[in-house]
Design a binder for this molecule. Structure first.
Ligand SMILES: Cc1cc2nc3c(=O)[nH]c(=O)nc-3n(C[C@H](O)[C@H](O)[C@H](O)COP(=O)(O)O)c2cc1C
Length: 263
């Protein structure tokens, strides 16, 4: 490995490996695992918050960190609605069954997964590609995404693809979906949930707390935010300063042996 680093347009650093120029983003070595552990282990679902507001810049920073979560094909199928209007907030609290965590939260953020912008965002990746030359295979991949991910009317395209994949899959490993709208919903929800986790950890790192909530009336929340078809809330996150009695119970986790399998 050569250490000949140089800077290309858009600050892209490259390194020469076996005579070829490769993008180079070295892993930082000055990490503090104990600081990370403290954030992870001190995160609890907090259901009672104090009146202390969260500074706007803290919420913005946390949202920015949320959106650095990994996402399928880099397509960022998420949206975050920070509900600030008094009227909308009151309606959202009600839609969250007036849960304590919603009622007392300084901020309520509705985390939305979207399957309706896959084509647009694939185009955007093609347009915004960060290096001067987009590899041909990558370009082809993003050009095909709108077709590969389209379930078609009543999942008709998806069902045809599934039939083809089932046959093709007898001979070689193939990606098995997403084929249906339900598959796409799961596809978008996975990446959005990862961003949600980043969001709650970021609040914790800033000294604030959160409660993820799925106990809400999805229809009412969607209506309140005027979400289009193909967009659906996956959770509401209440955030604020932890009240002294904000954590209701000690944390329960089962024996790790139940979940970890070395095969
Ligand atoms: C997807 C999801 C939905 C949740 N929904 C609610 C909810 O509606 N109300 C609530 O009080 N807690 C909710 N929780 C919090 C869980 O009850 C909590 O994470 C779990 O009991 C473990 O506690 P801990 O988060 O303090 O470790 C939810 C958590 C997740 C991940």
């Amino acid at each position: 490995m050569s250490d000949a680093l140089n800077t290309k347009p858009q600050n892209t650093k490259t390194i020469t490996i076996n005579g070829k120029q490769r993008y180079h983003e070295p892993a930082p070595t000055d990490m503090n695992v104990e600081a990370f552990r403290q954030v992870v282990t001190s995160r609890r679902s907090v259901r009672k918050f104090t009146d202390k507001p969260i500074p706007q810049e803290v919420t913005d920073d946390c949202l920015d960190m949320a959106m650095l979560a990994p996402c399928s094909s880099g397509l960022q199928p998420w949206e975050f609605y920070v509900v600030r209007s008094k009227d909308k907030k009151a309606k959202l609290v009600k839609a969250c069954m007036s849960q304590f965590a919603a009622k007392t939260a300084a901020e309520l953020i509705v985390c939305v997964a979207r399957t309706d912008r896959i084509g647009d965002y694939a185009q955007k990746v093609l347009h915004d590609w960060p290096t001067p030359n987009m590899p041909t295979l990558v370009k082809r991949y993003y050009q095909l995404i709108p077709y590969n991910y389209a379930p078609g009317p009543l999942n008709s395209f998806g069902m045809m693809k599934k039939a083809a994949v089932t046959v093709g899959g007898l001979l070689t490993p193939v990606p098995r979906g997403p084929f249906t709208q339900k598959d796409l919903d799961l596809w978008a929800a996975k990446s959005t949930a990862l961003a949600c986790e980043n969001l709650v950890l970021a609040f914790r790192a800033h000294g604030f707390d959160t409660c993820m909530m799925e106990g809400y009336d999805e229809q009412r929340v969607s209506k309140l935010l005027k979400l289009p078809n193909g967009a659906f809330p996956i959770m509401v996150i209440g955030a604020g300063e932890r009240a002294d009695d904000g954590v209701f119970f000690p944390q329960i986790r089962f024996d790790r042996k139940m979940f970890i399998h070395e095969v």
